[in-house]
Design a protein around this ligand. Structure first.
Ligand code: APR
Length: 178
């Protein structure tokens, strides 16, 4: 029996806050291709997880934009961190949309492969990387919904927004889907 959209929507949660506090199986890190930490949510996750996270990240050999790699969560409540470099937004003509879609798709794929029952996403690429929030939100929602439909896989998905603008955008788009 394939998973239908209304069931999927019951498993999507929008909340404002700090992703490092989430008690979920996996939190997603909006990383950079080095996977060696940075500012924004990347910096917050590394600070909360402690130095062992960076130690494990050093063994990963980086990641291309849109790829995702998984590590343990260490001092985080989350069991795993899924690291994915999103695209740097350069106006929209450099494949940014498909790279962002890949970041969400590959994060969901790793969550499924690691038998996660819950995952938390930040608004990937909408900070330092400058992706327009409204389009990024549409890509995030459509990609994770499509993944669950196609893979017949239900997982609790939390979008954890740190800023008011992203929170309002996600609330609006999820209401439009219902
Ligand atoms: N919890 C949840 N979301 C957060 C947190 C947090 N603790 N801190 C920041 N954010 C939000 C930002 O408000 C933004 O909406 O994460 C979103 C992504 O912003 P960035 O962290 O700047 O990430 P991104 O735009 O993908 O740029 C990635 O920034 O930190 C560096 O190393 C990172 O080079 C990479 C680049």
């Amino acid at each position: 029996m394939s998973v239908n959209k209304s069931t999927i929507l019951q498993h999507i949660y929008i909340q404002k806050g700090d992703i490092t506090k989430m008690e979920v199986d996996a939190i997603v890190n909006a990383a950079n291709p080095s996977l060696l930490g940075g500012g924004g949510v990347d910096g917050a996750i590394h600070r909360a997880a402690g130095p062992q996270l960076l130690e494990e990240c050093r063994t990963l050999g980086g990641a291309q934009p849109g790829e995702a790699k998984i590590t343990k969560g260490y001092r985080l409540k989350a069991k795993y961190v899924i690291h994915t470099p999103g695209p740097v937004y350069r106006g929209g003509k450099y494949n940014e949309a498909s790279i962002l879609q890949n970041s969400y798709y590959n994060s969901m794929r790793l969550a499924k492969e690691n038998h996660c029952t819950s995952i938390a996403f930040p608004a990937i690429s909408t900070g330092v990387y400058g992706y327009p929030k409204d389009e990024a939100c549409r890509i995030a929602l459509s990609t994770i919904i499509e993944f669950m439909e196609k893979e017949n896989f239900i997982i609790d998905v939390y979008f954890v927004l740190f800023d008011d603008e992203n929170y309002a955008v996600y609330k609006k788009h999820v209401q439009e889907l219902s």
